[in-house]
Design a protein around this ligand. Sequence first.
Ligand code: HEC
Ligand code: HEC
Length: 444
Amino acid sequence: MLKLMKVLALALFAVAIALPIWMPGTVEGQGGTEALTTDMDAKTPNDLFNGFGALGTPVDECVADPEPPTARGNGTFEDNKFIFSEREAVDDGLGPTYNDTGCVECHQFVDVGGFAQQMEFRAGHITNGLFVDAPGGQLVHARGTDSDIVEHITTGETVKAFRISISTLGDGFVECLSNTVLQNNVAAQPSGQRGTLTSVPVVEANNTLRIGRFGLKSQHAILLSFAGDAYLNEMGITNKFDGTNGRSSSNPAAGTTENPCTTAEGVVNCTGAPFDPVPDPEDDGGDVLAFADFMAATRAPGRQNPIPAAAVRGDPLFNSVGCAVCHTRTFTTAAPGTSINGGAFSVPTALGNKIIHPFSDFALHDIGTGDGIVQNAGQSTANQMRTAPLWGIRARNRFLHQGLNITITDVIQLHAGQATTARNNFNFLTAAQRSDLVAFVLSL
Ligand code: HEC
Ligand code: HEC
């Protein structure tokens, strides 16, 4: 009986690979040139800059302070990288509650802008079947500038999720993908596996909607909006691009008299204290422009070099078992000069018509790993996650959104829901093929 099932399963799998089911990796691939890549080695000098804007010279603070841009693209890469790497303090507006002191603390390896093992924590509860943020917001900060205001949640918050830091390298190319390219890609996916694209506001274009692609819920469409949000939500620094007009929340007490005690449980000593003395907005937008332009000017993560023989053998298996249905291999960015981001940005030459290999469709899927958190794409996305881009994955060793899985094999076994067929197909491979496929993933 067992033997018969195995034969049947193998036969089914043979059919699955023989069928020209769907050809991944051909999305608007004509006419572009390969994007510049970084070798993912921190020792290699000058291989992060992709040519967007001017390179500039490394900052020496004893000689001159870094200059932030005044509009997208008019600063220098070296200044922007320095600003991205700065640590902020209370008199810069840090906190009152926050997660870390600088972007680079959570986007650091193998080089500035990359991965980190830092985690953020989100929480909420279910009311009448709907996800509701924890009081004070679903993002529960890890740190505070005063021990009395460190956030604690109550037992009422039953939905709890950690998220590990991800890389921002190559994200300028992702920003320059047109909505249509992303829509066509998803439309070509088999209906049972089709991803959900989000439509999210572009802060600096009067909240015009654009297809989301950044963050674990594809909650942002452009780097400036993400950077403004991160400066506020990861570091507590209010700014012109933070989505609340430079206020840390819609609460009338937000800003200089903000009192986060109202969101905490077990806090005893917090009556009326001005925990954050710096007036809002704490940043005039210059730092946020520097963050966005630094990320936009980074090269895409490049492949392992040389590519090991096992990875070469595993390459076609990634398509034949169906991984590439969601982990889209190839996209081409919009042509230089195309107006994007609701008209607020024009695709620069360095980023236009570039072929990239992010191994993601930037869409949300339910593969059984969902964290239950709802951001800006509606309740139906509670248990969906964005297909994790696999470019650069060999540089990290903590996987899935919580960073709690250590081997690629375990990660594949956790693919269920819309990814069940791919997982089953993987399990029908021979042991040698499975190891080749893992070698391929770890060559990205
Ligand atoms: C405490 C750690 C932490 C700090 C500090 C931090 N980030 Fe992040 N960042 C994360 C995590 C975790 C994610 C993914 C979580 C999510 O999407 O909710 C992320 C995601 C991102 C992304 C999306 C990348 C992609 O390709 O989808 C961008 C862009 C980003 N961060 C920019 C910044 C900037 C700019 C700063 C500084 C203002 C910053 N981050 C500070 C932890 C951090
Ligand atoms: C139906 C869509 C879908 C298919 C098919 C699919 N994946 Fe995924 N994959 C995802 C999503 C969504 C995530 C993120 C899940 C999370 O973080 O909870 C993910 C995450 C991953 C990760 C973790 C990446 C990281 O940075 O933590 C790896 C590795 C991975 N997939 C490999 C594969 C392989 C190999 C296959 C084929 C056997 C495959 N996937 C098939 C949607 C898919």
